[in-house]
Write a protein that binds this ligand. Structure first.
Ligand code: HEM
Length: 531
């Protein structure tokens, strides 16, 4: 009897404690922390629009964006900040260069001062990183890979992955890039021969196909066909995850056996099963002595790195740890595909749009390619000599940076210039607005002028790369930057040597942001084969 009473009172106390803790955590997360952050920032003069309870400034933000992007642009111009970031334009005018707004319950401080941005990116690569909200949004299709990792995990992964993107390893991917581009150009030529000589096509579609092909080949080489199948499933999975807001969403709803959740779960399982098959067959090959290394593709480099790490850590590290690292390798494979193919495809698509509407620059690039490469595809020796092409690519990345904002959440209190940034505050860097700033780039900031990236312009106050962050900066910059630049140069050089192109009258200039900057209706160009 006494025992039962004691048990009841213990359970009662435990349940009471649990309820109190849940109430306290909810109150802290939804009310106390945001209030504390707000008052710390207000004391430093950083203010912003009044937030609504729980929703923050999301309703204002979505109204502003849906108005500004309701129609197409009235001409092909590049003054796109008021269209794509109308909230930035409005709030920076009202509250100054630094302001704070609320994405639901998450406070976000927007900063545009490039000195502060560089300090944040170089000094605080482990003390600031990806927020829980960002990680949740992408965990089904990229998991805990490099892009979403934080702190020491990020540091460990960066160390593991870096050799795959450096020196001779990086150079060895050029052959795949040329091969895949040749195949695509051949397809385009055949299609054009069937349809007559001047042929209109949506170039974005072709560029997406090409960059997906290249990343499948560089990641999986001999297992390339299976790689393509995996990436197809990943694309479906990513689209499905993007629909999350249309489905019933409350704490714990992801555990419900709904049709939506089941579909995500089964696609994810299929992707991981196929990836594991490729990894296992590489490991078997080495273990039975058929090969002495895991291969020269990206996956092979990761598996070799893992083996070297195991060797250094005293061999094996236990099956549990090894199992964990294999999961990490699968996550990295998914991350490279996600981070590496759409961004590059958009860079290529916007560059074609810019060159199609600036025929003089198209001609300059073509003359340079012909002079440097002759009638051959570009080689590694040619690439550094394609300086005009390099300037054009940079200008395209300035006007249409695929990653329009860079988010970083402070995991502890940090000092940024004169600002005290409290733990839990997200810092948002509006790359697009910085790249279009008249103050930083001069009066012609919204014009296409690749000259600003010429070696001579670097010496002027508005030229060069001081305010240029398409690949972020510091230790946590884009690991695939050199890969992407090499790929973009090879593809554009080969395309421009084969075809001349103009913008089709059917092209509607309507950039939109859906994670990255996309042309809403694609980019229709008329291609003409060159002799
Ligand atoms: C034009 C093409 C590309 C652009 C504009 C671009 C841009 C960026 C940016 C801005 C970041 C920083 C994101 C952040 O921290 O919030 C980033 C990170 C990253 N990118 Fe790229 N990227 C491109 C191509 C690639 C390619 C080709 C790959 C791989 C094959 C790649 C892999 C990654 C990875 C793994 C990260 C995470 C790095 C880390 O957190 O340490 N990217 N990229």
């Amino acid at each position: 009897m006494e025992f039962t009473a004691t048990l009841c009172s213990t359970v009662f106390v435990a349940v009471g404690f649990f309820i109190l803790k849940t109430v306290y955590d909810t109150l802290t997360c939804y009310y106390l922390t945001p209030r504390r952050i707000r008052s710390v920032m207000e004391r430093q003069g950083v203010r912003g629009p009044e937030p609504q309870p729980l929703l923050g400034n999301l309703p204002d933000l979505s109204t502003l964006i849906s108005h500004s992007t309701a129609g197409d642009c009235d001409s092909v111009h590049h003054d796109i900040v008021p269209r794509l970031l109308p909230h930035f334009v409005l709030w920076s005018r009202q509250y100054g260069k630094r302001f704070i707004y609320w994405n639901g319950i998450e406070p976000r401080m927007c900063i545009t001062e490039t000195e502060l941005i560089k300090e944040l990116m170089t000094k605080y690569s482990t003390k600031a990183g990806k927020s829980w909200m960002q990680q949740q949004g992408s965990k089904h299709f990229i998991g805990q890979g490099l892009l979403m990792a934080n702190g020491q995990d990020w540091h460990h992964q960066r160390h593991l992955v870096a050799p795959a993107f450096m020196g001779d390893r990086l150079k060895s991917y050029a052959g795949h890039m040329v091969e895949c581009t040749e195949k695509l150009l051949q397809t385009m030529e055949t299609e054009m021969a069937e349809l007559g000589n001047c042929h209109e096509l949506e170039i974005g579609e072709y560029m997406t196909r090409l960059t997906a092909d290249i990343i499948s080949r560089t990641e999986f080489d001999s297992s390339y066909e299976k790689g393509k199948q995996i990436f197809h499933l990943l694309t479906v999975l990513q689209r499905l995850c993007a629909q999350a807001s249309k489905h019933l969403c409350f704490p714990g709803s992801r555990f419900l056996p709904s049709k939506y959740n089941r579909e995500i779960k089964s696609l994810k399982a299929e992707v991981e099963r196929l990836l594991m098959e490729i990894i296992q067959s590489r490991k078997d090959g080495v273990e039975i002595g058929r090969g002495c290394s895991y291969g020269n593709d990206l996956l092979g480099v990761l598996l070799n790195q893992l083996q070297n790490n195991d060797g250094k850590n005293g061999g094996g590290g236990g099956s549990n740890k090894n199992g964990m690292d294999l999961q990490l390798i699968m996550d990295e494979c998914k991350t490279f595909f996600f981070a590496g193919h759409e961004t590059t495809s958009l860079l290529l698509t916007w560059t074609v749009m810019l060159l199609a509407s600036n025929p003089d620059w198209q001609e300059k690039v073509r003359a340079e390619v012909n002079q440097v490469c002759g009638s051959q595809p570009p080689t590694l020796d040619h690439l550094p000599k394609l300086t005009v092409l390099h300037m054009v690519i940079n200008e395209s990345l300035r006007l249409y940076p695929p990653a329009t904002v860079l988010p970083r959440m402070a995991f502890e209190d940090i000092k940024l210039g004169d600002l005290h940034v409290p733990k839990g505050l997200s810092i948002w860097i509006p790359v697009l607005a910085i790249h279009h700033s008249h103050e930083l780039w001069g009066k012609d900031a919204n014009e296409f002028n690749p000259e600003r990236f010429s070696p001579a312009a670097k010496k002027t106050t508005t030229g060069g790369g001081r305010h240029f962050f398409p690949f972020a900066a510091g230790p946590r910059n884009c690991i695939g930057q050199s890969f992407a630049m090499m790929e973009a140069k090879i593809i554009l050089a080969m395309l421009i040597a084969k075809f001349s192109f103009t913008l089709s009258p059917n092209y509607r200039h309507a950039p939109v942001i859906v994670l990255t900057i996309k042309p809403k209706y694609g980019v229709q160009v008329c291609l003409k084969p060159l002799k």
